[in-house]
Design a protein around this ligand. Structure first.
Ligand code: GDP
Ligand code: MG
Length: 422
């Protein structure tokens, strides 16, 4: 059957949670392959409205097994809380598995995130302060602690000692902060590990058996292509790779099994945190769209920066994710705009380009816009493309032409069925 990946094409918050929830209702497996509880995936379904941070967005389909793949990073305390919150609404969660190879976020990773942003002052990255960069740094420094390690107190102590001997030097000497106590961390890790131990497994045989049995497997990416550590707006990226190219490494699925890539993009642009954002709007128009689209971070509550649709960035996002089809979201938010802009070129000091450049050049990029007439109608109840106002149809077709990938799904509201299929 082949495996499907759903990923963000832009800067994150494109509505992936909403789309995964939709597709997960018929999936057998939903697997996250990178990132941690810095994600904020909003899902609205028959149970209510949820902001999922670490749990895969298929958790509401009790028939689907949800897995946190080895490429994710897990804060066991935060995860236990998230599980408890959701269980209050949907009952016991028995369809979750956590790879025993996931890296574990400890409180000292969160402290390091805070200390570093404090040290950077106005040069800060706008970290979500969930310890994500420090835990991935530890992974590659090879001093990380795996989910499996939480289950063995003696081994956990050795790993923590190995990590903290070095880390405490930095905490004391670079940041001038009090040392982290190993025994305290040992207790934290062991007790919080116990809270999630029933989910921790060697998931590789389970994933491979599912592939062998041709089960319907959905891979869920967090954030978006432009935040990818390889191709995104480095250094204003995340610390992992949210593109389907990483999904095999983050799950153990062979690359050739991924046949379908659903890229999720927004009908306009938003961006949380720092970094260059070429089509950003600062006028009251931004405030209007922010309010209408409820553009406040699901993980942090921060107001999102707003911009016009950026075809240069989105085309690039499609290329590096290998999107085979697109789901475009939040089209309903644009109702009521007299005219809508689409950026198709950047002008960088007189040179006009249509390819997405590196961050250094993005700072000088000025957007060149195509202007399209808007529409006034409320489209949230439309379920057929041809029932959309003509100008909304034209807007979608123009974007499709500019990005060169078929737009197969158009979301006109946050609820599961507010979707147009083409
Ligand atoms: P994710 O991180 O990609 O899962 O996206 P977020 O959940 O952070 O942000 C998307 C926001 O848009 C959420 O508040 C969703 O409920 C909402 N949303 C998703 N699709 C639509 C849509 O088509 N229309 C409207 N009005 N809201 C949407
Ligand atoms: Mg989000």
């Amino acid at each position: 059957m082949g495996i499907t990946t759903i990923c963000g094409i832009n800067w994150g918050d494109e509505g992936k949670g909403r789309m995964v929830d939709y597709f997960a209702s018929s999936a057998d497996f939903v697997i996250r392959f990178q990132g941690g509880n810095n994600a904020g995936h909003t899902v609205m379904n028959e149970y209510g409205k949820f902001a999922l941070h670490l749990l895969p967005s298929g958790i509401f389909n009790k028939k689907a097994i949800n897995i946190l793949g080895n490429g994710t990073v897990v804060n066991p305390e935060a995860l236990a809380k998230e599980i408890e919150e959701i269980e209050k609404v949907i009952g016991s969660i028995d369809n979750l598995l956590i790879s025993d190879r996931c890296h574990i976020i400890f409180p000292f990773h969160i402290l390091l995130d805070e200390y570093e942003e404090e040290r950077l002052k106005e040069k800060k990255f706008g970290s979500t302060k969930r310890g994500i960069a420090p835990v991935y740094s530890d992974k590659y420094l090879k001093v990380g602690i795996l989910a499996s390690d939480l289950l063995d107190k003696d081994y956990l102590y050795k790993r923590l000692k190995n990590n903290l001997e070095f880390k405490n030097q930095i905490i004391e000497k670079v940041y001038n902060k009090p040392k982290v106590d190993i025994d305290e961390m040992l207790e934290w890790g062991y007790s919080n590990g116990k809270k999630i131990s029933r989910y921790i497994k060697d998931v590789i045989p389970i994933i491979h058996e599912a592939m062998y049995e041709d089960k319907k497997i959905l891979l869920e990416g967090q954030l978006g292509a432009l935040r990818d550590i390889e191709f995104g707006i480095y250094p204003y990226t995340t610390s992992s790779s949210p593109i389907p190219g990483y999904a095999p490494a983050g799950t153990s699925i062979p690359p050739y099994e991924i046949k379908r890539v659903i890229g999720v993009m927004k009908a306009y642009s938003t961006c949380v945190g720092e970094g260059p954002f070429v089509t950003e709007i600062f006028s009251e128009k931004a405030e209007e769209i922010r309010k209408k689209g409820n553009e406040y971070g699901a993980a942090t509550g921060r107001p999102r920066r707003i911009g016009w649709f950026d075809a240069v960035a989105s085309r690039f996002g499609c290329k590096i994710t290998g999107a085979t089809e697109i789901a475009i979201t939040l089209l309903d938010v644009l109702s009521g705009q007299e005219s809508i802009k689409i950026c198709d070129r950047y002008n960088i000091n007189g040179e006009v380009i249509d390819k997405f450049p590196t961050t250094r050049l993005l700072y000088d990029a000025k957007p060149e816009y195509i202007e399209m007439p808007g529409w006034d109608e409320d489209i949230s109840k439309v379920r057929n493309f041809f029932d959309l106002p003509k100008n909304a149809q034209k807007y979608i077709l123009k974007i499709e032409e500019l990005i060169g990938v078929r737009i197969k799904y158009i979301s006109v509201g946050p609820v599961r069925d507010q979707l147009i299929k083409r």
